[in-house]
Design a protein around this ligand. Structure first.
Ligand SMILES: *Cc1c(COP(=O)(O)O)cnc(C)c1O
Length: 453
């Protein structure tokens, strides 16, 4: 009998609802605060930026939210996504561990980001928005939103972190192919960009700066709203299609559940999307996995940041979010996992980390690329630099199992492919890639500028 490698659901098994973890938690996360009044922000504060439906989803106490049929119709272009058993990687590592990965790289944009870009574009189109603005780091979020806005006939304007704009011209072209306008950030199109350029004309940019620019552009126009690709509660909730499908696929694979769930974290959305539905099972006492976030050691918000109210962006336009942060003025070194270069972390995940619901580790980029190359040679798929962090942690655990003989069941999200990241792979393969030591003084200096709350 041949052994199964791939677990595929039918189109009719795309989840009908998103799962909201908040009602299942012992305490709700602290609310975002208005930076002037220090009072919780209300719907009116957010209405210039987001459609009402998403503002409602951000604070809903409902355990499930129905996915509109118009969104499911677009999801059908690539969902359900496959769950793979990494048999070839297991063999290569000679491990008794059983390794599974949920592959989100099959979406049109090549990552998990369209799972939220599509509903965000849909709700905006229903509520009369004509144009969406956003920021993008490595370009995955920008390309996801460019794809999604094209589905519903919206204009799309994107501020792309300068370092990636220069390093990843093909992501930019992809966004333009779907009809979006792309600015390098910092740009001369906004006050926020101009003030950064005045201080540092060669600024490589950061997600925080790009967010400031996109928010400024949206706040100045009634028909324009803003879309965020990670961090917020509604984004994490949209991503739970990943974990809900994986729960069903684990059943097909004949597994009770994973012993270890591993995911990479930038703002936290792919990790949350994978593990929330399994956490629901864990809180109900049906399974008991260890859950582990993996972040880059160049931008270690869980493992070296503090849990405090901070701005989501560099210029200080956003509400204050209680989260693990390195300080809103922290600019990480230009590591190749651009999607993980964010100074903060999802407030919901930060709260859950404080509750002890999962653990976190940090990895340097060369270890991650080494693991990604091992993975690519065994499994074929070339991972994006971001999930290579999760793969490094999976490989580490699988080797541990090889020594101990433990038959651990490991699950990770391969949340995107690396086809646009060949410059990074080339640098690793030619031996030019370096790891960055992050001195404590740089973190301390950025944390000295936290807002007083
Ligand atoms: C954006 C992105 C990330 C980081 O964002 P999360 O919200 O933490 O998931 C990770 N991997 C890929 C492939 C991405 O596109």
């Amino acid at each position: 009998m041949t052994e199964r490698t791939k677990f595929i659901l039918d189109e009719s098994q795309i989840p009908a609802q998103w799962y909201n973890v908040i009602p299942d938690l012992p305490a709700p996360p602290p609310p975002p605060l208005h930076p002037g009044t220090l009072q919780p922000v209300g719907p009116d504060d957010l209405a210039p930026l987001f459609p009402m439906e998403l503002i409602g989803q951000e604070v809903t106490a409902d355990p499930y939210v129905d996915i509109p049929g118009e969104v499911i119709d677009v999801y059908k272009l690539w969902r359900p996504t496959p769950l793979f058993r990494a048999r070839r990687l297991e063999k290569l590592l000679n491990t008794p561990a059983r390794i599974y990965y949920k592959y989100e790289g099959v979406s049109p944009a090549g990552s998990h980001k369209p799972n939220t870009a599509v509903p965000q574009a849909y709700y905006n189109s229903v509520e009369g928005t004509k144009r969406l603005t956003t920021e993008t780091g490595a370009g995955q979020w920008g390309s996801a939103l460019a794809f999604a806005t094209a589905q519903y006939g919206l204009d799309c304007e994107i501020w792309m972190v300068r370092a990636s704009y220069d390093q990843k011209p093909y992501r930019r072209t992809m966004m333009q192919t779907w009809g979006a306008t792309v600015h390098p950030s910092p740009s001369r199109a906004t006050q926020a960009g101009l003030s950064v350029l005045a201080a540092d004309p060669d600024s490589p940019g950061s997600l925080g700066i790009a967010i400031s620019e996109a928010v400024e552009a949206a706040a100045g126009s009634a028909e324009t709203r803003y879309a965020l690709g990670s961090v917020l509660n509604h984004v994490l909730m949209h991503q739970t299609v990943i974990g809900q499908e994986a729960v069903a696929q684990f059943g097909m694979a004949g597994e009770t559940g994973p012993d270890l769930i591993v995911g990479c974290t930038g703002g936290g959305s792919n990790f949350a999307g994978l593990f929330f539905p399994f956490l629901r099972e864990k809180l109900a006492g049906r399974i008991n996995p260890v859950i582990r976030a993996v972040e880059p050691s160049a931008c270690p918000s869980f493992t070296r940041g503090i849990y405090a109210y901070d701005f989501g962006d560099t210029a200080g336009f956003t509400p204050l979010l209680k989260m693990h942060t390195l300080g809103h003025q922290f600019i990480p070194d230009p590591v190749h996992a651009g999607g993980l270069r964010y100074h903060g972390m999802s407030p919901l995940l930060s709260h859950m980390y404080e509750l002890g619901l999962f653990e976190a580790v940090a990895k340097p980029q060369r270890e991650c690329f080494a693991a990604a190359i091992t993975f690519a040679r065994a499994e074929g798929i070339i991972p994006a630099p971001e999930p290579s962090h999760a793969i490094a942690a999976v490989v580490e655990e699988a080797k541990r199992c090889a020594e101990s003989g433990e038959e651990k069941v490991i699950l990770t999200a391969l949340c995107g492919h690396g086809h646009f990241d060949m410059v990074a792979y080339e640098r690793y393969l030619s031996g030019e890639m370096t790891d960055f030591d992050l001195p404590q003084e740089r973190i301390d200096a950025a944390l000295a500028n936290l807002p007083a709350v």
